[in-house]
Design a protein around this ligand. Structure first.
Ligand SMILES: NC(=O)c1ccc[n+]([C@@H]2O[C@H](COP(=O)([O-])OP(=O)(O)OC[C@H]3O[C@@H](n4cnc5c(N)ncnc54)[C@H](OP(=O)(O)O)[C@@H]3O)[C@@H](O)[C@H]2O)c1
Length: 294
């Protein structure tokens, strides 16, 4: 499990002004390693996170499983489509840049951040035949379960680990948000369909079920959300994000929480209102590329 919110440097939801400093990175990574949380997840588009991680791991590189990503040249905004690049030349350029920022000569996991519709490498079965894929990172949580239809079964078949991002439902499953108005004015989640005012109450009702199970274990709701993911398979490795050492410690506790079969079934039955993203167009979700040799 990763407790380190690499993405926090860019504050993905713009929810606060407390951008991480090098000291924050150092404290979070130090505490993570103390807790046995070794996977540090970043991307070449998470603001200054690669540089900060590089400084924080400089004297302990060998203790960290370091993951970063390439591929997003520009995210979708204001109705304009995203620009994604998966071409080999671009990949080589980006890995060199990431290695410089991270102050290391290798990363342990290198992901394509989003599917490039013009470069034929992403179809899992096809790419895996050329070079085995270690892991797929995708949104997966108690309330984002679309990968369970096809992606997860294929990953089982091919022996590919799954790294769920947004495992706390982007914060909602921690039970600490109580109303739409808890989200600061500039918080991106205000635009996300699941956080919309009209569905907020309905989605809070789902969180109450998580809280109920948590209470039975004297645990926090977020720990239950993480324990549910960890119960799916031994190589499912959720990466909850936080900038706070206390929350990191709480989240790591999810790894030692054992849910009963009945609790897992109750959690499996949770429902959520609203799409998981503002728009799932433009290959911002699962995409298809042309066949090799086109
Ligand atoms: N591959 C991709 O496209 C992609 C997309 C999104 C995210 N990611 C990765 O996945 C990581 C996690 O995803 P995410 O940050 O979107 O969602 P998440 O982990 O589901 O939720 C993070 C949110 O929950 C809050 N939080 C975390 N622990 C908490 C706790 N114990 N109590 C209360 N609030 C808590 C965080 O706020 P505070 O920071 O204020 O604690 C933050 O607002 C990111 O850091 C990033 O590395 C990857």
């Amino acid at each position: 499990m990763d407790g380190y919110r690499a993405m926090g440097f860019a504050r993905p939801y713009g929810q606060a002004e407390d951008h991480a400093t090098d000291d924050t990175a150092d404290a979070l990574i130090g505490r993570s390693l103390d807790l046995g949380v070794t996977l540090v997840n970043s991307s070449d588009v998470y603001g200054g996170s690669e540089e900060a991680i590089g400084k924080a791991i400089a004297r302990r590189r060998d203790q960290v499983v370091l993951a970063t990503k390439f591929g997003i040249v520009q995210g979708p905004f204001d109705g304009a489509p995203a620009i994604i690049n998966g071409r080999p030349k671009y990949v080589r350029e980006r890995i060199e840049r990431s290695l410089t920022r991270l102050g290391t000569d290798h990363v342990d996991l290198y992901y394509q951040h989003r599917v490039d519709p013009d470069t034929p490498i992403e179809e899992i079965r096809r790419a895996h035949a050329v070079h085995p894929i270690t892991a797929v990172q995708t949104e997966w949580s108690l309330w984002s379960r679309d990968l369970e239809d096809e992606v997860f079964p294929l990953c089982r078949e091919l022996g590919i680990s799954v790294i769920p991002y947004g495992p706390l439902g982007r914060g909602m499953l921690t039970g600490k948000l109580t109303s739409f108005d808890d989200l600061p004015e500039n918080d991106y989640r205000r635009k996300m369909p699941r956080f919309a005012r009209e569905v907020f109450e309905a989605n809070l009702a789902a969180v109450e079920i998580v809280r109920d199970i948590a209470t039975a274990h004297d645990a926090a709701p977020g720990q239950v959300a993480l324990a549910w993911l960890l119960a799916q398979a031994p190589d499912v490795v959720p990466i909850p994000g936080t900038l706070h050492v206390g929350r990191l410690t709480e989240n790591a506790g999810g790894a030692s929480l054992a849910l009963t079969g009945d609790e897992l079934k109750r959690l499996d039955a949770l429902t959520v209102a609203g799409e998981r993203e503002v728009s799932l167009d433009d290959n911002w979700s699962y995409g298809v590329t042309p066949p090799l040799g086109r």
